[in-house]
Design a protein around this ligand. Structure first.
Ligand SMILES: Nc1ncnc2c1ncn2[C@@H]1O[C@H](COP(=O)(O)OP(=O)(O)OP(=O)(O)O)[C@@H](O)[C@H]1O
Ligand SMILES: [Mg+2]
Length: 264
């Protein structure tokens, strides 16, 4: 279901170490949408995500999440925003000394008075959602990169958020594992009807999962459009950014075999 804005960002500015990272970002994301935010490394994609959940303080501008004004100085507002928002950090960021069960249950243990049995049920349910059942007692060091990413996604889903933010979900994964994570993101949208915001510089991934793509450049969102419209954008930078990565896409046939390695 796609309707009014569940995330609204107006004129957001942020300077870090004398560098103007965000220079008037405006963004409106509809409920139920999967929005991909693309941009080159260092353009401020992670900084933008951190502002959405109140982890960074804007110099200027405002952010609303599900009708709540994100004010880092208002603890209750931030708690309400975080209740509604799960985040999958760049590099998964699992707690190395905790089991998978403890990682997935982390937000539940801190926020809700649930019995161990109830926590076990929720952890098993979220691991099943990310197609990774039965690994509760494993440690992060025993997991592959793709499994870690799935556990990080299960952890983000534990409190049943309306919004899930993903920071570079496929970076650092081999192409087939990355493809499986893309499939999972599409599957979660269908199963849970959540709003997803995915930050990436992986254009192939963007094309697979996005309802709409926004491009961050020079501290501003310079374009927002569907995948097809973005591909046809005449702006030379956007055209190059969107198409240059596409020449390296690997197509697979129905048996999963790579059938071509070049596509314009
Ligand atoms: N906590 C911080 N303190 C100072 N500078 C920061 C901080 N976080 C980010 N920056 C700077 O802000 C800029 C944007 O960083 P950010 O991590 O958001 O980029 P990005 O678009 O996510 O890049 P990547 O694709 O490599 O993840 C960079 O110049 C970075 O060095
Ligand atoms: Mg980043």
């Amino acid at each position: 279901m796609v309707n009014e804005a569940i995330i609204l960002i107006q004129d957001l500015h942020k300077t870090l170490e004398n560098k103007k990272v965000l220079d008037g970002v405006n963004l409106s994301i509809s409920e139920g949408e999967t929005r991909v935010i693309v941009g080159q490394s260092g353009e401020g994609k992670s900084v933008l995500l951190k502002h959405i959940i109140g982890l960074m303080i804007p110099d200027k501008g405002s952010i609303w999440v599900d009708g709540i004004k994100v004010d880092p100085f208002d603890e209750r507002a931030i708690a309400r925003v975080r209740e509604r928002t799960g985040i999958v950090f760049q590099h998964s960021a699992l707690f190395d000394s905790l089991t998978v069960r403890e990682n997935v249950a982390f937000a539940l243990i801190n926020k809700h008075k649930l019995s161990n049995k109830e926590i076990d049920r929720i952890v098993a349910e979220k691991l099943a959602l990310v197609n990774l059942s039965g690994v509760e007692e494993m440690m992060p060091s025993e997991l592959s990169g793709g499994m870690k990413k799935r556990v990080a996604i299960a952890r983000a889903l534990a409190t049943e958020p309306k919004i899930v933010l993903f920071d570079e979900p496929t970076t650092g994964l081999d192409p087939l594992t990355a493809e499986n994570i893309n499939d999972l993101i599409v599957e979660l949208k269908e199963k849970l009807s959540v709003t997803q915001v995915v930050v990436t510089h992986d254009i192939h991934s963007s094309c697979k999962i996005a309802d709409n793509i926004s491009m961050l450049k020079g501290g501003k969102i310079i374009a927002t459009a569907s995948v097809d419209e973005m591909m046809k954008n005449p702006d030379p930078f956007i055209h190059e950014f969107m198409t240059i990565s596409m020449t390296h896409i690997k197509d697979r046939d129905s048996d999963g075999e790579i059938v071509s390695q070049e596509r314009a």
